[in-house]
Structure formats: structure tokens, C-alpha cells
Design a protein around this ligand. Sequence first.
Ligand SMILES: [Zn+2]
Length: 256
Amino acid sequence: MTLRPATQTTLEAAGLFRKARCVVVLTGAGISTRSGIPDFRSEGSGLWSRDEPMEIASLNTFRTAPEKFFNWFRPLASQIFQAQPNPAHVALAEFERAGYQQTIVTQNIDGLHQKAGSRHVVEMHGTLHTLSCTQCYRQSPAEDFLQPFIQNGTIPLCTNCNAILKPDVILFGEQLPQSAWQAAQRATRQCDLMLVAGSSLEVLPVAGLPLQALDHGAHLIVINNTDTYINTRADIVITDNVATIIPEIMRRAIHG
Ligand SMILES: [Zn+2]
């Protein structure tokens, strides 16, 4: 890795995208900060300083003190539902629409890739868009419950059995969804280009996917505002804001 002018680097990145047959984009909290969503798993974010998410956003707290969990969760849910995709989400959706085979593997629960129009999205930490009953496991769309919850703090209850509904997000102490993990690995095995965007690659097992991609001979691009463990092995590293850089790369990849 030698330092080159940013324009040259984005040109090279665009070249890799243009040539790629199959792309995996691994996204983390950094891609959504421009949309106003705090990273609830990262130290230093507003939600960390107010409470202790490892404790509050855990399956254990949800089971033993659900009102405590929902109290913590309410401002986050509100921010997520008001959030709009930013230029990075939009550019990735445009790349897929331009006919490229692209799977987005995201650590985010905000649904902004789908809102931007991306169709192949694997959500590793679940989604806020559905809730599941803790007793009878019936799944419900979130929009029926989240408005009264966000406005009045009304805890969502199952219409079937009246037990508390849990947002389908993966809490601390919960397993990653098996089907999502399999889909992420399948896409990684097939890709010839992986882009890590806005993830500092600190959460396993997702953080191991770039290594798997490299082992299969894929090219690797990392765009993040801090270093990651894989930077030394990447073809291209851009230390900058994803919301600025990704639209630039995609514009050049699609239009030349
Ligand atoms: Zn139920």
C-alpha cells in the first residue's frame, strides 16, 4: 500500500468494480452515521455513554427486565425509523440496478440498504422491521407496534397470546441467525471482489469474512475512517468517509 492521490485510488477502485463478476459489500455502523444513526455497539457513541449496552441490549435484560430494555431502545428505534438512506446506500443500490451481481452483508439493523433500493441484503444482526413473540413465536410487522411504542412507550404485546414481543434484532448473548450466516458465507465464497465499508471489523464472526474472500482469490477494498486488521492485505485502502467516497467510486464504475 503506497499513498496516492485520492482520485487515483478511487479510479483504481472503480476499475475493480467494473471488472467484478460478483461483489460482496460488507457494511457496518460507519455507513449509517451520515444518516444520523448511532453505533450502539461502539464505545463513544451517545448510547454507550448513557447506559451500558452490553448489559441493557442483552437477551438477559430483555428476559428479566423488559421495561428497562424498551426504555433504552426507544430513542434508538425512533432515530432508525426517521432515518433516510445517505449517498453511500443510494450509490450501492444504483450499482446493483446497473446490472452487477452484488450482495450486501450488513451488521446494521436500520434497513437503510433496502430503503435505498438494494435487493440482495443479508442482515447479520437482524432487523427492526419485524417483532417476534417470546412465547408463541408468531412474527409481526413492526409498523403496527412501533409508532405507539416510539410515541408513548407502549410495550409491544402479541395479539395472539399477549406475551411481550421482541424486536428481531440480535442482542448481546444471542446467536447470529444461522440462515444469514450461511448466506453471507455462500456469497463470500462466490465473490471476486469484496468491499468493506464503514466497519472496523471488530465483531466476529462477520469480521472473518474478508479473510475468507482473500483465501478464495478475491480482491479486497477497505473504506473506513479508522484502520482495520485486514488493511495490510487489502488491494486498496481508503481512510475516509464512506458517504463521500462510495458515490464517487460507483459513478466511475457505472459510467466509466
Ligand atoms: Zn404470542
